[in-house]
Design a protein around this ligand. Sequence first.
Ligand code: F6P
Length: 360
Amino acid sequence: MQLGILTGGGDAPGLNAVIRAVVRVTMRTYGWPAVLGIPQGFKGLVERLPPIPLTPYSTQGLINRGGTILHTTNRANPFQYPVDADTYADRSDMVLERAEELGLDALVILGGDGSLSIAYHLAQKGLPVMGTPKTIDNDIRGTDLCFGHLSAVATATDALDKLHDTAESHHRVMVVETMGRYTGWIALRAGLAGAADAILVPETPFDIDHVSQEVNCRAEGGAPFSIIAVAEGAQPKGGDLSVLETGSRVYQARLGGIGAHVANKLQEDTQLESRVTVLGHTQRGGGPVASDRILATKYGAAAADALARGERNRMVALHGEGLDTVPLDQVVGAYRPVPLDHPLMDTARQLGVIMGALDE
Ligand code: F6P
């Protein structure tokens, strides 16, 4: 079977580890030919960029490497392909033509919600695909865990640890803005691991007055510093999502700014100086942590296994300890928020972490 593989949308730690695993299992277990790496995501198919033959030898040393050796792009949706700055056209037929020209029996797509949605629509048109759930945000439906997420959590946790030191030295409030789009998985996990005093997530609007009161209480109680983890998609009660940029120049609204808003408000409302640190793309870079290397490797192997079993148009998924596959139509079209009764939310509440409004 001739496989193609591409990485779509934003990068995440673990992409190279999945590529490596797909290639090794494809060739060593199943004896299929070298996998064709498609450069720059779907753009590589639309623009007929030369594929990169991938073998176990050419993918050596990849398990711990950040980014993606295949490169990626966000502005390459074949169904709305950018023709010039403001014009888009449907180029999906060109993807199918190119796949046929390359002799692809199936395309493995390492993607988040956007790329998996493209995969679903290409599958509807007849291209056999297999998805693997990639995103630091951990917001893909149908799986318990996306690769890349725990590495981003490790980066954010490390930042929280460092900010703790300087917050305590200076008696300051340190607000740390994490990524995560409309979900708070990164803020919640990193906030717990990094002992944040408050964790503000998009799943529940926060009451800034309540946060201020709690920060003041801590100061009165002998802790004149606080660490606040706020997800980029978090919103104050009665307020709006903080957006940096929208419009045709960006493929999706760029979120950001809530950290500065929270820091300014806390400085006004408490006797403490406040600072904000926006972690941004540091959460996307770097090599995957050990658990992500293992998860990515399992996903890559599972994708090859599923294709060998004849499965198509599905995504490999983790449920509990086990791997299986789910149909793409159960994955796309919605994201997976943190359930308000998630055990990690309960743990945070039990520990007395300020959760914005939930703990009132
Ligand atoms: O989906 C991953 C993610 O890193 C989000 O957490 C963030 O909102 C977005 O991508 C940033 O996208 P870009 O790299 O286009 O700025």
